[in-house]
Design a protein. Structure first.
Ligand SMILES: Cc1ncc(COP(=O)(O)O)c(C=O)c1O
Length: 366
């Protein structure tokens, strides 16, 4: 397989490829870590935007306590890289997954989310049989209306039932304020997030009053961490995607003080008219959902249409000098859906290729 050598100049590389500006990503990592820890919280970044242990290890080196994953198979990849403290912020259903979580407990210290006793009982039984014990947190519905048990009595009853089971250990609760990320105006978003976190902290109080463990109160995403970090009672933030600081977060969620660090390097394959350029990348290279890509360094060029292998740029007067063969960088609107289409990240220091990271948890869907 063709693989460019470290030290290559960006302009010399074949396209399309998924590029990271390492200086910018590292600065975003430092910025997120310090924002969260300065407010007395822990950082447990969601790895779904990068799915790459090398990047998770950079986050941990900057102060993260571990990672958040969406899938057991992602957690396995992170554990294989030596990461110990792993939250699987998802419901684990079905014996194959339960067995995998129990074996993960041999090498790591995972935490599994749940919102019903039916999910926990088989996990507890399997862990007992394997001589391990797994941490469990209760996911509370704080308004997203996705998964999550109702706050109040239902949450307390589930926590009590988990507490009675051998093979699992109640570690706390989580909630995700995903329904508020794009809320306008900003001051209303702030107060709604504080209200949602008060619901979560109310659940914590009720667990503690009943003598149950609630060491962890986990919440937050990139679109909200700059608010949720200030909410009393929350112990850790799951914000992850801010390391790439996608246009969606910056333009639709009011996220500030982070810079775009992810691009797709593409080549102009056709120049059908003065105002139209066609790139050698399309929906199979970068995903336009949530926010269209932005053309880097060409303010009056706009990505207007993507088909499977083509991206149409509308060129203003200042970018009409672009020719067939020229390279252009696109900033994906939302990294998560783009990362999963690539084998590798190409990490650049300036224009020099410094590292190629295989996206090891790509395709890990179970
Ligand atoms: C459970 C959970 N936590 C956190 C996040 C936030 O992730 P990110 O910071 O990458 O936007 C998400 C996003 O979907 C999520 O589902």
């Amino acid at each position: 397989m063709f693989q460019p050598s470290v030290g290559s100049d960006k302009a010399a590389l074949d396209t399309p490829i998924l590029c990271i500006d390492l200086d910018v990503m590292e600065s975003n990592i430092r910025s997120m870590a310090s924002y969260i820890t300065e407010r007395g919280k822990q950082w447990r970044p969601h790895e779904k935007c990068h799915k790459t242990p090398a990047i998770a290890l950079k986050q941990i080196a900057a102060g993260a306590i571990g990672v958040t994953c969406a899938k057991v198979s992602e957690a396995e990849v992170m554990a294989a890289a030596g990461i110990h403290d792993i939250l699987i912020a998802n419901m684990i259903v079905g014996q194959p997954k339960v067995e995998r979580v129990a074996s993960l407990c041999q090498t790591a210290d995972p935490i599994v989310a749940c919102d019903h006793f039916v999910q926990v009982e088989p996990l507890a039984e399997t862990c007992r049989r394997n001589g391990v014990s797994c941490r469990v947190i209760v996911e509370v519905n704080i308004g997203l209306d996705r998964v999550g048990i109702s706050p109040g009595r239902d949450t307390l009853e589930l926590a009590k039932a988990i507490d009675q089971l051998d093979g699992v250990r109640l570690a706390g609760i989580m909630g995700y304020e995903g329904h508020l990320l794009k809320h306008e105006p900003l001051d209303e978003k702030q107060s709604l997030i504080h209200e949602a976190m008060n619901v979560l902290v109310g659940c914590r109080d009720s667990l503690l009053e009943n003598g149950l463990c609630c060491d962890i109160v986990s919440a937050g995403g990139t679109g909200s961490y700059q608010i949720t970090s200030d909410c009393p009672g929350v112990t850790e933030l799951q914000a992850g995607g801010g390391i790439f600081a996608d246009p969606m977060y910056q333009n639709m969620c009011h996220v500030r003080d982070l810079e775009y660090s992810l691009t797709v390097l593409a080549t102009i394959a056709s120049r059908p008219t003065l105002e139209r350029a066609i790139l050698d990348c399309g929906r199979k290279t970068l995903h336009p959902d949530f926010h269209l890509p932005i053309v880097k360094n060409h303010a009056d060029a706009e990505a207007v249409r993507l088909s499977a292998e083509h991206c149409e740029l509308k060129l203003g007067p200042q970018s009409q000098e672009l020719q067939i063969g020229d390279k252009v960088e696109l900033i994906p609107g939302y990294a998560d859906f783009t990362t999963v289409m690539h084998d590798n990240f190409y990490g650049f220091r300036g224009n020099r290729l410094e590292v190629v990271w295989p996206i090891l948890a790509r395709g890990k869907l179970q």
